[in-house]
Structure formats: C-alpha cells, structure tokens
Design a protein. Structure first.
Length: 217
C-alpha cells in the first residue's frame, strides 16, 4: 500500500515543523512521495536529500485549489516548481472553461503546462465534485489529448465536497486505461478500506494526509 501513497500536507497554515513531520513519516514508511504547497518544495527536496529520503518524490500543486489562474500564471508556477526541485506537478483544471465547452482552451493549457514540466510527470485535477459523469469523461479525454500523465479526482478543498468516489475513479480509469494515463484518487481517503477500494477501482496513486493511519491499519 505504501508504494501508492503521496503523503499530503496542503493546508494553508502548515508550519515548517509540520512539513518536517510529513517528510520524516514519508521516509520512515517508504511512501512513494509527498505532496506539498509550492513554498515548501525547495525545503522538502533538500531535507529529503539530507535524511536518506532521495527516493521520495516531491509533488506540488499548481493553480491550486481553484484552477482559475491564467494559463500563463500556471506555466510560471510550474517553471518555478521545477527549478525548486519538484519531481511531479499536479495542476487544477479550469472547471468553468470545461463547463463552457471551451475544450481547446483546456487541451492547450494542459499541453503548455506539460511542456513547462520539462519531462516531469503532470497530473490534472478534475475536481470531480463539481462535474457530471459526462464532464468527468470529457475531461479525461482532454487530458489524454493534452499529453497529461495522470488524471486526479480532487483538491479536497470543495466546500461540502466528498472528494474521491469509487464510481468516479472507475469511470476515470475506464476512460484513460488504453491511453496509458494513471489515475490518482485524492480527497477523503482516511482509512485502509477506502484506500483499497480506490485501488480496486483503478487508482494507481493515492493522495492522502492519512497515510500513516492507513499503513498502520
């Protein structure tokens, strides 16, 4: 299970000590990666390199959590994150443009951000709580067209949102499986049973702040 987990700390008042704790846990439990806000990327990479955590991937978020930044801003954020040592980028789709049917905008944005990743993995957060099933499927198709590496369910920041749902993960997996894209389930995964259901539905990554609890169970 640990090889699926991106140990996550994205709250807006996260302190340096909390980030250190997250990183220490990631090394101890051999998690695949950590997911931190952009301001913590450089610190996370250096700290992991100094504490035998070189193998732990540093993942960060772009256009987070709303996805409503301009494409140019998302590109600049991506370039900065790469410069600071990010191994992977999770960007938030512009859900408003998706609902407008402006599919070229979505595709072009994904393609531009992927180019700015300079070969690094790009995951696109769909924010499934805000989308219909048809919109989820369409978003996945646009991610394929735009050259993303993963589709991801949620930011975890939608008010009254559920986050990752088994049926949404299954739909995402069925849509992208022949293209080679992975599926990251994130949002509301707080126990081993839920984590296992997400994996069985097709998730190849799990974004969770409850990694230690899941492994301990």
């Amino acid at each position: 299970m640990n090889e699926y987990i991106e140990h996550t700390l994205l709250k807006q008042d996260a302190t340096r000590e909390e980030v250190k704790k997250l990183l220490d846990e990631a090394v101890k439990y051999e998690f695949l990666g950590v997911c931190v806000n952009p301001c913590n990327v450089n610190f996370a990479r250096q700290y992991l390199n100094e504490t035998e955590g070189e193998k732990v991937k540093v993942v960060t978020v772009i256009g987070f959590p709303l996805g409503q930044s301009t494409t140019e801003t998302k590109i600049l954020e991506t370039i900065d994150a790469v410069k600071n040592g990010a191994d992977e980028i999770d960007t938030v789709i512009n859900a408003g443009r998706l609902k407008d049917g402006d599919y070229d905008y979505i595709t072009d944005e994904i393609r531009s951000i992927k180019a700015a990743c300079q070969g690094r993995v790009l995951k696109v957060i769909l924010e499934t709580d805000l989308l219909t099933k048809d919109e989820i499927k369409k978003a996945c198709e646009l991610c394929i067209k735009g050259g993303a590496d993963f589709v991801k369910t949620s930011t975890g920041f939608v008010k009254n949102g559920v986050g990752a749902k088994v049926e949404d993960v299954k739909l995402m997996y069925e849509t992208v499986k022949t293209s080679g894209l992975g599926v990251k389930a994130s949002g509301g995964i707080r126990d081993r049973e839920t984590a296992q259901k997400m994996i069985e539905a097709g998730a190849t990554r799990l974004g969770t702040s409850s990694g230690v609890k899941i492994i301990s169970e």
